[in-house]
Design a protein around this ligand. Structure first.
Ligand SMILES: [Zn+2]
Ligand SMILES: [Zn+2]
Length: 485
């Protein structure tokens, strides 16, 4: 067991930051006048016609690289030139055993989509065009997209729980998403990342960070109590960072490399499951992020009487739980699902901007579209993933290193740190498990497959990909029929 010698690198004093409230208070950084201008700066809205490169989901194990028409933003929508997209367990779940959430065969009742779909719900990009009625966005603005779309009028939305909306839909699952060079998204689920001092690279982490912010809010942890996080996958890493700003956080994982990452994210104590038993049931709030039987056992063993267990990881099967013990100890088991865009996304952007060091330990590279299946999805499905978060640059022709820091920090663009656990040889934090779905799965009640919310480290070859559209043969099957499941 190791106790970290510092309180993390948020760059701000450890203090409560309002996460427990119904609304987090955003604190946008002042925009620096001397920030380097992007070579792709867009000064005015422009109609963007022609074709774009996109990955298209046609069914289980069937993702194809295709040329598609650039979408036209409808009323209330922005057209984004996509800068980066995260790939997560939800995408792997659809690819491996879907369709679960994607309306391939029957029309979606909210979005109206039916048929093959462009995935990608963790996206960021620059505004290049806007539909009628959009206010508050200018051309060239870097935005983070929350992906989840709610109706705003049902009882749950009116209660502030838009993630449980009766007419919920998600960009990249029920309408075309960001694994393409352009993507049209509702303006109301986008936030101006420039206002928080975030670079395009950093804004790409906003959606999964927002999922973690929501999970943390569900824990209702008081600032003066220690919390525990079991499992350092994608959401677990962001959750560790979120919790570390507020106070003491103990992180449990099987993988020493991931424990190193947790220390770098501000964990005060890190340990393996066997070591955590010595701690005893001392944590008023525990986050179980692995979705595994072992992780659940560890989490329950750490939970103090009267404590709250937040079930972040989704389990692929029913788990036996000692409900007598839960009753006698007055334990609370709490669920968490997706995020509330208006409350969690601003806090996510604020948190991302507080880290003084690079986020390259979480996401060292950006993949090209043609590497998504082999370098992101399959390692996730097979349990061989070694990086925390896989990101994709739809404009890249080869995997490229990225440096995920604030845009106003010196040295942006330098060589990032090594991959989180590149040398550890460990496959996964827990050997059997579920997947950290970061989008709503409530509409189907489906169960996840044996996938992990983390992906493979990929050797890099290109430092700065030319942002040009290299035409590819239309409709290239990425997954051969023999490899489909
Ligand atoms: Zn609603
Ligand atoms: Zn996701």
């Amino acid at each position: 067991m190791r106790r970290a010698d510092r309180r993390g690198d948020h760059g701000v004093p450890a203090q409560h930051h309002g996460l427990r409230g119904a609304r987090a208070v955003p604190t946008p950084a002042t925009r620096r006048r001397d920030r380097p201008r992007s070579p792709h700066r867009i000064e005015t809205f422009r109609r963007t016609a022609g074709t774009m490169r996109a990955l298209v989901f046609h069914g289980r194990g069937d993702l194809r690289l295709e040329d598609r028409s650039v979408p036209t933003p409808a009323a209330g929508e922005l057209l984004l030139e996509v800068h980066a997209v995260g790939v997560c367990g939800t995408d792997a779940h659809e690819f491996a055993s879907g369709p679960h959430l994607v309306p391939l065969a029957s029309r979606h009742e909210v979005t109206g989509h039916v048929g093959p779909l462009i995935p990608g719900h963790e996206l960021t990009g620059r505004v290049v065009d806007a539909g009628a009625g959009v206010v508050g966005f200018r051309a060239g603005t870097v935005v983070a997209c929350g992906a989840g779309i709610s109706c705003g009028t049902c009882d749950r939305c009116l209660a502030g729980r838009t993630n449980l909306c009766r007419r919920y839909a998600t960009v990249g699952l029920q309408r075309h998403g960001g694994l393409a060079q352009y993507c049209a998204v509702p303006a109301e689920i986008c936030l101006d990342a420039d206002g928080y001092g975030l670079s395009e690279d950093l804004a790409a982490l906003a959606q999964p960070m927002s999922i973690a912010v929501h999970a943390f809010r569900r824990g209702q942890a008081r600032p003066d109590v220690p919390v525990a996080v079991v499992g350092v996958g994608g959401i677990g890493a962001f959750l560790t960072f979120t919790a570390a700003e507020r106070g003491e956080v103990t992180v449990v994982d099987l993988d020493p490399g991931r424990l190193d990452v947790a220390s770098g994210l501000g964990a005060t104590t890190v340990c393996r499951p066997g070591e955590s038993a010595a701690l005893g049931p001392v944590f008023p709030v525990v986050f179980e992020v692995t979705g595994t039987a072992g992780g659940l056992t560890t989490a329950l063993d750490l939970l103090a009487p009267g404590g709250r267990l937040v079930l972040v990881g989704l389990h692929d099967t029913h788990r036996p739980v000692d409900l007598t013990r839960a009753s006698l100890r007055e334990l609370e088991l709490v669920g968490t699902n997706a995020h509330v865009v208006t409350a969690d996304l601003p806090e996510s952007l604020r948190l991302l901007g507080t880290r003084r060091t690079s986020w390259a330990d979480i996401a060292p590279t950006a993949l090209s579209l043609d590497r998504v299946v082999d370098d992101a999805l399959r390692p996730m499905i097979d349990g061989g993933s070694r990086v925390i978060k896989a990101l994709v640059d739809p404009w890249a022709d080869a995997p490229a290193r990225r440096d995920w820091r604030r845009s106003d920090q010196p040295g942006v663009g330098g060589v990032p740190r090594r991959a989180a656990d590149q040398s550890s040889g460990k496959k996964n934090a827990f050997d059997v498990g579920g997947v950290g779905l970061c989008t709503s799965s409530q509409r189907t009640g489906s169960v996840p497959s044996l996938t992990k919310p983390c992906v493979e480290f990929t050797p890099v070859h290109t430092m700065s990909p030319a942002r040009t559209h290299t035409r590819s043969p239309s409709s290239v099957p990425i997954a051969s029929p023999a490899s489909r499941k």
